[in-house]
Design a protein. Structure first.
Length: 130
């Protein structure tokens, strides 16, 4: 239930943010692509080093959040990156606990992160070039 609420919240936030214009940025586009590549295959959830993968995904999302906020007229992507960074931070923190999360939880989070970043890539790519 908690995952469903998170997925719906992220989807609504990303859809709403897509309505506002901003300009294309290749650095932003590249980092979004990095997160997509890290989250495209949920078989990583079976790896013993999944905590490292979660940390890498979160690091990229936090970088993106800081970078996006520095770009003028970038409110739409800034809001999206803030929402994504919240999801990835929760994901990373779940691996800091004494007992790591289940593979089901991992797969659900990876799917949410991937779907959000695929949407962001589409929105980012459609923006006009400056």
């Amino acid at each position: 239930m908690k995952n469903t609420i998170a997925a719906v919240s992220v989807a609504l936030a990303l859809s709403a943010c897509a309505l506002f214009p901003s300009y294309f940025d290749s650095n932003e586009q590249a980092r979004i692509t990095d997160i997509i590549l890290l989250s495209q295959d949920d078989s990583v959830c079976a790896r013993p080093d999944m905590a490292t993968v979660a940390r890498d995904i979160d690091h990229s999302a936090q970088w993106l959040k800081v970078y996006s906020a520095s770009i003028p007229r970038n409110n739409a992507l800034t809001d999206m990156t803030r929402n994504l960074a919240g999801v990835t931070e929760d994901f990373k923190k779940s691996y800091i606990k004494e007992k790591p999360p289940s593979q089901f939880y991992c797969r659900a989070k990876i799917k949410i992160i991937n779907e959000a970043t695929v949407r962001m890539l589409d929105v980012s790519g459609r923006r006009p070039r400056s």
